[in-house]
Design a protein around this ligand. Sequence first.
Ligand SMILES: C[S@@+](CC[C@H](N)C(=O)[O-])C[C@H]1O[C@@H](n2cnc3c(N)ncnc32)[C@H](O)[C@@H]1O
Length: 251
Amino acid sequence: MPGALGRLRAGGVRKKDVLPSPNIWHWPEVYELENEAQDVHGAIWDAVRQECDWGALDVVDVGCGDGYHLPRFASTANSVMGVEPHEPLLRRARERIAGLPGVAVLAGSAQRLPLPDSSADLVHARTAYFFGPGCEPGIAEAERVLRPGGALVIVDLDGSHEPYGRWLRADLPSYDPAEIDQFFAGAGFSCRRVVARWRFADVAGLRAVLGIEFSKTVATRAFHELDGLEFDVGYRVHMRRKPTSLLPGRS
Ligand SMILES: C[S@@+](CC[C@H](N)C(=O)[O-])C[C@H]1O[C@@H](n2cnc3c(N)ncnc32)[C@H](O)[C@@H]1O
């Protein structure tokens, strides 16, 4: 990938392509706490690694936010490219990765990745853009950027897993976890379900994170349903590989 950096596409971000992310856009410090609390046992990382071990590979993290996951990929990858459309987060991500070899962050969106064709082995997105129906342009774009045999790995919350799913659905009544499963299955993705432990250092952090993820009513209800500073949250890890052969039935 470093060789490819010289051939980058102009990374213009079209406003219409960007999905608002009030949590990390408005409260990046609280979102940092959330990232720290999520997955204390590394279950999500294990699942991503089982789908595509990124050691010595070229990785793209789409919708990388302020780059929280980039250093982890960078510790063993050949190269890591974060792509993020929201300028303030782009700046924070660049500060985070300053001095880390083989890592860069570019302005771009899932629909228009600022990367050449067939230049990456793993395109990863965590709770960003790929939320189900409507994300077809991003899937096609990931496929363009992947080398044959490369993997698109999408990590998202599992809205059917309780209690977090119940809180999500309370705020988003039209959100249908089964429809999302059907969408990804129909598009040829495998699905691995993962349960990650969230653990907070203190009540203030827990309340702050619930407060950026849910409406005031749901956040208050969630806080009172919890017993202590830890709980399990379900995730889905969707994966699809770019075929290596043009012959039908061969991959
Ligand atoms: C909930 S945040 C997750 C950030 C990061 N993946 C993490 O786990 O820390 C979602 C991110 O997706 C970005 N985003 C919004 N629209 C996007 C698009 N069309 N393509 C790629 N990323 C997008 C947002 O700006 C935000 O940074």
